[in-house]
Design a protein around this ligand. Structure first.
Ligand SMILES: [Zn+2]
Length: 284
């Protein structure tokens, strides 16, 4: 069964700030609609390596995308490639590094900013290249893609939180207010997505430190939130999802069989076929 899925990656969102500042998401939690987990990002705690980890389930050390300057196509199976090969529709409103990882590298803004090509792994894309590109515009881009193309998988990736962290650091009014603004932007769209039955995952690539940067192993840099919304999730607080499992979780939600990606135990109500155990079937 294909469960339409939306993944929101809030770039540079530290766990503690999400806990303090995302009032709407926590309202959904209090209503029993959303569940939050604390997740630790893989290392290095940098954007491009972790975009690849989130979309492929492969750590930076193994994927080879080990810093932000490695600008090439991914050579791993990703949510985008597995979904397209399964005949599903993919879309993304995201920073242009996603276009470089899964569509065309190097990015050519004139050619790639607006992508509409069923042959690409991200078939419908709206990509940006300025780190200050307003979150409000980005959510509009995403909603437009959703309404025009009805994708089975939609990635939404705003950058303003990370940008605020680089300007003012994690412990600053600017950073916290940008997180509050992001929460408010989400509140404009989430009720409709929930009503339409989407499975929704909201997380970050990495956190942010006091030095206005990230990349290392401090808790502020590594601890990130993982919100899940939807009837396919168990909403059990005892689950312990890993960043390397996000890819497998999405593949399972999309009904992609034999994705061969790790899925968090007990996070989903229906375990993917590949993880099911048939202990006695062949032993007789
Ligand atoms: Zn950053």
């Amino acid at each position: 069964m294909v469960n339409k899925t939306i993944l929101v990656v809030l770039d540079g969102l530290a766990y503690e700030t999400a806990e303090q500042c995302m009032g709407f998401l926590h309202a959904l939690k209090e209503q029993g609609v959303a569940t939050t987990y604390k997740m630790q990002c893989e290392l290095p705690s940098m954007s491009r390596p972790l975009y690849e980890t989130i979309l492929t389930g492969v750590t930076p050390a193994l994927s080879g995308i080990v810093n932000n300057q490695v600008a090439r196509n991914s050579n791993q199976k990703s949510v985008f490639s597995l979904a397209r090969d399964a005949g599903l529709t993919t879309a993304a409103a995201a920073f242009h590094w996603y276009s470089e990882l899964y569509n065309c590298s190097p990015y050519d803004a004139v050619r790639d900013r607006h992508t509409q090509d069923p042959e690409q792994l991200i078939q419908y894309g709206c990509f940006y290249h300025g780190e200050h590109y307003a979150d409000s515009y980005l959510y509009l881009d995403a909603e437009s893609l959703r309404l025009r193309h009805d994708p089975d998988f939609l990635l939404i990736h705003p950058m303003n939180i990370d940008n605020a962290g680089h300007k003012a650091g994690v412990d600053s009014a600017h950073y916290r207010n940008t997180v509050r603004n992001s929460d408010s932007e989400l509140s404009k769209y989430l009720p409709r997505w929930i009503e339409e039955g989407y499975q929704i995952l909201i997380t970050a690539d990495h956190g942010m430190n006091d030095d206005k940067s990230h990349g290392g192993a401090l808790a502020k840099e590594r601890d990130i939130p993982f919100f899940v919304i939807g009837e396919q999730f168990s909403h059990q607080p005892s689950c312990a999802p890993e960043q390397t499992e996000i890819c497998g979780i999405i593949c399972a939600l999309l009904g992609i069989e034999n994705a061969n990606k790790q899925v968090t135990k007990n996070l989903l109500l229906e375990e993917p076929l590949i993880n099911r155990q048939y202990p006695h079937a062949m032993a007789i």
